[in-house]
Design a protein around this ligand. Structure first.
Ligand SMILES: Nc1nc2c(c(=O)[nH]1)N[C@H]1C(S)=C(S)[C@@H](COP(=O)(O)O)O[C@H]1N2
Ligand SMILES: [Mo]
Length: 524
């Protein structure tokens, strides 16, 4: 039985110290994760992601009521709410540390799991979006140890703490100094995050307000689409358009700060500003962009309405030397690609694009200016945040992906994909409708065929967009009995080339093979 108890005031002070240590370590973790999210230009910090998750999970009626009650303050209030709850949990974790080293870790891990889930639940989130959460968790765990070290030294065990016995002055001072330092650094890191995030926010603001007079809104051509539930939309919305880039910190370039140098094997070097581009004749087209890393049937493809300046015109003005055969493109993030000069000067609408689907390019898609070349994979042509074009020869250059084993030339391979039914889907017996997309940029799709359960090829209906640079949609149907079925698809281009069934990996110049989908037809 214990005969002595710490005087209430001293005990309260000790509890307060442990709680404070928990809150300070937690705050430092939040500050680091916020800074990282801003520096990596991820959309939001984990805290905001959690707040948004709460909004998504809350019943609609409740959200509406909350908005009606607190007006437009609902979001800040929600963020504050999330911060208060986390703060209390941080304090609790701090106290737990007075008893055990692993219990606070469980609290932190739980919080990190919620943050991680919220981040992953955001549209288009990937592995890198988890980095701030992980670093935040490590910061919590590490700093809690550091901050509570003096407290643990000052109170080695409960029995030894007699009434009126205070922690030695040294450890007390140590705790306070450590706490102040952590608090100060956290605030500094948080502010730094704000400053870093501001660049992108300002550019995003400029982008939103930008009105491009010569850019017209996309109007999906009538004959370009077919009607089938589950088919990829013929025009890929910018928000759903696949993203591939090597940059972790995506360049945020204000249009006024952007210039492009066109030089190398030319008679006259050109230096162009964003305004120069705006003043020029615009070209617009539907163009389907593909990634060479797209596996057969994969999602790394999209079709958009691009507006910009024809590269053929600029190159003619610069006066390209006869012995040049390549253009080395450089992004402001240092990424490079080598593009065949011929693809930029022939009749295809290769362009410096300013707009995607009638709006200035999203930052992640290369704002303010990127290159788009129909018929070439993105890795050899579609330079985002492009700032330099050097007319040169392939024999003299090597570019980012070619240095890493990918082919120097990257013409898009004709291919096709099944969107409906999905792999593993269950569909009702009777006439089963199938559909998808097919592409053979700048040559055009002549026909699409499907084969069910190893039967013969059967012609699908295809859509007829007004350009060969965009994909077509296809639809087919078959009467199928209940049971397991497999469908495969292939296409033929207008030169008569039939899509090969030989299966090849994406490396070094794009996958081949027929997309195949297995599904179940249910009885009745
Ligand atoms: N600056 C830069 N541009 C780039 C890349 C990159 O990593 N950095 N990736 C290329 C690749 S591999 C592809 S497939 C396309 C993808 O363009 P998107 O992200 O707009 O879909 O961009 C190309 N342009
Ligand atoms: Mo790519």
């Amino acid at each position: 039985m214990r005969t002595f108890r710490a005087a209430p005031a001293a005990s309260a002070a000790r509890w307060a110290s442990w709680s404070l240590a928990g809150v300070l370590a937690g705050g430092a973790g939040l500050a680091t994760s916020y800074f990282l999210a801003m520096a990596m230009t991820l959309r939001d910090s984990p805290v905001l992601a959690v707040a948004e998750l709460v909004i998504r999970l809350a019943p609609g009626a409740l959200v509406e009521k909350a908005i009606a009650t607190v007006g437009h303050q609902d979001k800040p209030l929600l963020v504050i709410g999330v911060l208060v709850v986390t703060g209390l949990l941080f304090a609790w974790a701090g106290r737990l540390r007075s008893r055990s080293w692993w219990q606070p870790l469980l609290v932190y891990a739980g919080l990190a799991a919620v943050g991680s889930y919220a981040v992953a639940d955001q549209r288009g989130a990937g592995f890198v979006d988890q980095v701030p959460v992980v670093v935040g968790l490590l910061t919590w765990a590490g700093l809690l140890e550091v901050l509570t070290a003096p407290l643990r030294a000052g109170a080695p065990s409960e029995e030894a703490t007699a009434p009126g016995v205070r922690a030695p002055d040294g450890s007390r001072r140590g705790f306070l100094l450590g706490g102040l330092l952590v608090a100060g650094v956290s605030v500094a890191v948080g502010l730094a995050g704000r400053v870093v995030g501001q660049g992108r926010r300002q550019v995003e603001q400029t982008r939103r307000l930008l009105r491009l007079a010569d850019v017209s809104a996309p109007v999906v051509p009538r004959r370009a689409t077919l009607d089938l539930d589950g088919l990829s939309p013929w025009e890929t919305p910018a928000d759903d358009f696949y993203l591939v880039h090597t940059a972790i910190v995506v360049p945020a370039i204000a249009p006024d700060d952007w210039t492009l140098r066109l030089h190398g094997m030319v008679d006259r070097e050109l230096e162009l500003s964003y305004r120069d581009l705006l003043a020029r004749q615009h070209t617009e087209d539907w163009i389907t962009l593909n990634c060479v890393s797209n596996p057969v049937g994969g999602p790394l493809i999209g079709n958009a309405w691009w507006s910009g300046i024809r590269l053929a015109d600029l190159l003619r003005e610069a006066g390209v030397h006869a012995d040049a055969d390549a253009v080395l493109q450089t992004s402001q993030d240092g990424w490079t690609c080598g593009t065949p000069l011929a693809a930029l000067t022939d009749d295809r609408p290769a362009m410096l694009a300013l707009a995607m689907n009638g709006r200035p390019l999203p930052i992640d898609h290369g704002f303010p200016v990127r290159t788009i070349v129909p018929g070439l994979y993105g890795y050899v042509s579609a330079c985002k945040w492009v700032v330099d074009l050097e007319v040169t020869q392939f024999s003299r250059i090597s570019a980012y992906w070619t240095q890493r084993g990918w082919s120097e030339r990257g013409p898009v391979k004709l291919s096709s994909r099944i969107d409906v039914p999905r792999e593993g889907a269950e569909v009702a017996a009777g006439t089963v409708r199938m559909g998808g997309v097919a592409w053979a940029q700048h040559v055009g799709i002549e026909s699409v065929e499907v084969a069910v359960d190893g039967g013969g090829w059967q012609r699908a209906e295809i859509s007829h967009p007004p350009t060969t640079d965009a994909w077509v949609q296809w639809v087919a149907s078959a009467r199928l009995d209940p049971g397991e079925h497999r469908v495969k698809v292939r296409c033929t281009d207008r030169h008569g080339l039939v899509q090969t069934g030989v299966e090849r990996d994406v490396l070094p110049d794009g996958a081949t093979g027929w997309h195949t989908v297995g599904f179940t037809v249910t009885g009745s």
